[in-house]
Design a protein around this ligand. Structure first.
Ligand code: MN
Length: 142
């Protein structure tokens, strides 16, 4: 099964990067508010450049002066599989087996908005209507 990772990225603005292994690279989306396990919270996900598979295991500090400078944590990772649809169709439903992200999700491309997608938890037994995101950085610094 293909790999996925969500990076918690403390750049100039905190955001999360969803990366899904596909065709030998990590397809990547920046999610300003982070993923949610709550089906009622649709998360804007901006598709960004592909990353190498090795980057899927990166945690550390991107130095000052480099693009995306700041701390990067693996917020969640695991495997996923396609349920239906595809990236190319702009409607891609996947089943995620992470430690935090579990069950069915859909990535939906917004019409007439280049690179803009929604990342939405589907209703299933893993849905959590009171989900609140916990930062890795908090635990690592305490
Ligand atoms: Mn980022």
């Amino acid at each position: 099964m293909p790999y996925f990772v969500v990076h918690e990225h403390h750049a100039s603005h905190l955001h999360f990067d969803l990366r899904l292994e596909k065709d030998g690279v990590l397809k990547s989306w920046a999610i300003p508010k982070g993923p949610s396990m709550n089906p009622e919270e649709k998360r804007l996900a901006i598709q960004v450049e592909d990353h190498s598979l090795e980057y899927g295991y990166f945690e550390g500090i991107i130095p000052e002066g480099q693009y995306g400078a700041g701390e990067v944590y693996i917020w969640d990772n695991g495997e996923y599989e396609t349920v239906k649809g595809s990236l190319e169709e702009g409607k891609w439903e996947i089943f995620m087996k992470g430690k935090i992200l579990k069950g069915n999700f859909v990535l939906l491309k917004l019409k007439d908005k280049p690179n803009q997608w929604l990342f939405i938890k589907k209703k299933d037994e893993f849905a959590n209507y009171s989900f609140r995101i916990n930062l890795k950085a908090y635990f690592n610094s305490s």
